[in-house]
Write a protein that binds this ligand. Sequence first.
Ligand code: ZN
Length: 359
Amino acid sequence: MKQRLLLITALLLGTLTITAQRRMLNVPELPGYVTLKCDFHMHTVFSDGNVWPTQRIGEAWRDGLDAVSITDHVEYQPHKQYVPIDHSAAWKIARSTAADYNIILVKGSEITRKMPPGHLNALFITEPDSLVKDDFLKVIEAAMAQGAFIQWNHPGWKSQQPDGIPRMYDIHRELIAKGWLHGIEYYNDVEFYPLVMDMCRDNKLAVMGNSDVHGIISEEFADPEYSHRPMTLVFAKERTHESLREAMFERRTAVWYGDNLAAFEEFAAPLFRSVIKAGAPFKDDGKTIKFELVNSSDIPMKLSGGPDGAPATLTVPARGMVIVSADRKFLSEPMAYSVDNIITGSDSVLKVQISPAKK
Ligand code: ZN
């Protein structure tokens, strides 16, 4: 009887704890690092969002993320008639849920100003109340005193930059000169700003991509238009809050949005190699060889510009394989391709060389 009771208790606990499934994301990796899937820009009822903070954690867990930051506006509380102003509320409410789901929760706030400087997220802060000040530079100074990572949000947002083209103003150059700007959103919500790749590369900043979600994530990024939310991939030494922070300041990041990856050249090449593997030729008729090209990631790889004697274009599907037929000469010389969906700059994509594995 006792055993049966134990069994029933276990079954009940089981049904209580299994609430939903976490999606496993297959993303490229850098040798020696773990890829953390992150969203550093989200809102709740404590500013202009429509969900309770714990929902953001459940969504992140189901979406396969490792780390998130809830970044409610410091200066904008449209629900204040019903929801008290507390700049730490979302973090305080979500913290224990994040611990229960093994999600790294980064404390953050969105500093919300006209352009320039526009909107900036202060991440890894401890005291969001200290960001309530009129003087913008004093706000950033206060965030920096807490060790903040400062991210410039949606620099080409048409409400603030009508032509949609991001540009640096003197205030941004001043922040960079002081070491007070660390990343820029290349991707926000449903839009991206190609020039941000160059701005980040030239100024040694991290490239960021986030949802800026205000409603329910599965409704804002719904199938089939979106197979996943936009996210920042962070290449960290370990899956910890401290390693995440270290990696971001070292700008080891990339952005995954739609079928695309935006990554600096030095990361793009090893990321590609971590998921695309060529097999040895399984057929050789003396003129043409055939070999398999396998993609272990959730990102299809779209190759173009192939050489004579090889396919001009090749799409290696997500978690899929293609068979490549090519001239025998490619046993000894590599096939050069452009990877059209791995973006390395405002007008550049990753160049790769493919060779069949040696027998
Ligand atoms: Zn925002």
